[in-house]
Design a protein around this ligand. Structure first.
Ligand code: NAX
Ligand code: ADP
Ligand code: K
Length: 504
């Protein structure tokens, strides 16, 4: 079993990449039947660890996922468990590795119908793996519905059958599992929704595939964790002064003044040396009255924004939170992008370009992060496929790092690097938390962190701050939680291995 001490375990392989990993392992001398033996043993061990001994029903499919089921059944039987096994299809049509293990099982194979579920205290779902090619139908569909309808506890092999390992979407039907055992590396579908919720607790089993088989694979995605970016995190140095830690400028709005203030406070907590809000002149006193460490400069019109931007030490510019959807916001965005400095665009800055996305994309030349939620995404982009693919397409198209928000936030860079964030609790579904995330990212970029790393780190810190706060969260609570989260981050062991930085 993996103990996750190495960042390479946050690699997510698509089913195609996993098949390539299997092939590479076999080309390097591993035997398919041995990989299957290790996989099925890991499943049996997971059942034994999490359930008291009792009647278990193993449901085997026609492919290699079913092969793992035969192995698991054999081990559980050897450990004294009462095991019933049903096969979808016939033994003589099994692929060679699965047929080998069906032979070793050498016990009754029952007809594939609901009688198999009678009296079962746990069901091992070894029908289909992560690479499912078409929607579940027929007998398999009936069986999965029956399992779900009875509320039987399930231990899934690789994925709950019906879950598409590439996208996290359900093809036809999937019965929710309490535990899912997957092999070598997780797949995007284990982390993206709704997949993540269907898997229950995930065990990542080492089945003897050497980790080097991943080297050289293109377009690998990662599950977000500190090991990926912690070594590039901008901790303050002994000889730093405030200007060395960057200066974030947040362009504030006239009506929704809270949003920019949340971003500003968040940028300051993330460690920016200085934070300024450029506040529309009529509401300048509103901002000034409640901000203390954050400075406030009055903003009259676009030309005045250029005056404010003339100070090149303002190295990261935030536009969008509470900005209003308007021509003025569009102009502020273009002025910010024109500086070539770091820019984080959120909310109204994104929506303001809904009618003319290309005019935004052509203006993006420097380091830039776009942080759309799904609604904002669909105003700028027409990407299709999984959330991972849609974020990647948007990053390629815009030339910016795109952070596509939600419970399974995806961060993608124009060069194809991608991270899926999995630590965000649903208490974040409350107004203003996105403004805070924008500020975290800007604050990290101001201290020199590259946009993709800052967005990945920002999303993790955001989720962690919410998690540690617990129930009752409102967005104002998040910046104040950051010191505690940063203390924890600092204590994280340094893990050489995979990082998100572009190799130089
Ligand atoms: N050497 C290997 O390749 C290893 C594979 N392992 C297991 O192998 C699995 C992958 O094996 P496979 O590629 O055979 O995939 P599956 O076991 O998912 O089976 C695919 C088979 O199911 C059929 N099928 C697909 N969708 C269907 C549908 N909706 N309705 C009916 N039939 C459908 C396909 O035509 C094909 O025959 C992994 O999930 C894992 O459990 C493990 O044993 C580890 C080693
Ligand atoms: N159900 C959820 N689980 C986890 N995180 C969530 C959930 N819903 C929203 N979030 C997170 O909360 C934040 C909301 O941001 P956003 O939609 O921009 O709201 P606002 O504009 O009010 O700040 C994002 O970081 C998003 O990923
Ligand atoms: K399965």
């Amino acid at each position: 079993m993996s103990n996750r001490t190495d960042a390479s375990h946050s690699v997510l392989l698509t089913p195609e990449q996993m098949a390539a990993a299997d092939e590479a392992a076999i080309a390097a001398g591993a035997q398919g039947v041995d990989l299957m033996e290790a996989a099925g043993l890991a499943v049996a061990a997971t059942v034994r660890r999490h359930w008291p001994m009792g009647p278990v029903t193993v449901l085997c499919g026609p492919g290699n996922n079913g092969g793992d089921g035969f192995v698991a059944a054999r081990h559980l039987r050897a450990w004294g468990w009462p095991v019933r096994l049903g096969l979808l299809g016939s033994v003589d049509r099994l692929a060679p590795d699965a047929a080998h293990h069906a032979g070793l099982w050498g016990d009754a194979i029952e007809p594939f119908d609901s009688a198999l579920l009678e009296g079962a205290s746990v069901v091992v779902d070894a029908l289909f793996g992560a690479g499912l090619s078409r929607p579940i139908e027929g007998l398999a569909l009936d069986m999965l519905r029956d399992i779900a309808g009875r509320g039987l506890p399930v231990c899934a092999v690789d994925v709950p059958s019906g879950l598409d390992g590439a996208t996290g979407q359900v093809l036809g039907m999937a019965a929710p599992a309490r535990h899912t055992v997957t092999f070598f590396r997780k797949k995007p579908g284990h982390v993206l929704l709704p997949g993540r919720q269907l898997c229950g607790q995930i065990t990542l089993a080492d089945i003897g595939i050497p980790s080097q088989v991943v080297e050289g694979m293109d377009e690998i995605a990662f599950e977000n964790e500190p090991a990926l970016w912690r070594d590039m995190f901008p901790w303050p140095h002994a000889d730093d002064h405030k200007y060395a830690r960057g200066h974030v400028l947040v362009v504030g709005g006239e009506i929704m003044t809270g949003a920019a203030r949340l971003s500003a406070m968040a940028a300051a907590r993330a460690g920016a040396g200085l934070v300024t809000v450029a506040a529309p002149a009529p509401v300048w006193p509103v901002y000034a009255a409640v901000l203390t460490s954050v400075m406030v400069q009055p903003l009259d019109d676009a030309s005045n924004l250029n005056d404010i931007l003339a100070d090149a030490r303002k190295n990261v510019l935030v536009v969008g939170p509470g900005a209003g959807v308007s021509e003025a916001t569009r102009q502020h965005v273009l002025a910010a992008l024109d500086t070539g400095r770091g820019v984080v665009l959120d909310a109204d800055a994104i929506t303001s370009f809904g009618p003319a996305p290309q005019s935004l994309f052509s203006a993006i030349k420097g380091p830039c992060v776009l942080t759309p939620h799904e609604g904002e995404y669909s105003r700028l982009f027409s990407g299709h496929g999984s959330k991972l693919e849609r974020a990647r397409q948007a990053a390629r198209q815009s030339g910016a790092v795109v952070l596509l928000k939600g419970a399974d936030t995806v961060i993608a860079a124009p060069d194809g690097r991608a991270v899926i964030n999995s630590n965000a609790p649903p208490t974040l579904a409350t107004g203003g938390t996105g403004d805070v995330l924008t500020g975290f990212i800007a604050g990290l970029m101001a201290q020199g962190m590259a946009p993709f790393l800052a967005a990945s780190a920002g999303a993790w810190l955001h989720g962690e701050a919410a998690r540690q706060f617990g129930p009752g969260l409102i967005s104002e609570d998040l910046p104040g939680m950051l010191p505690r989260v940063l203390r924890r981050l600092k204590a994280y062991p340094s893990t050489p291995g995979v990082t998100l930085a572009v190799p130089t």
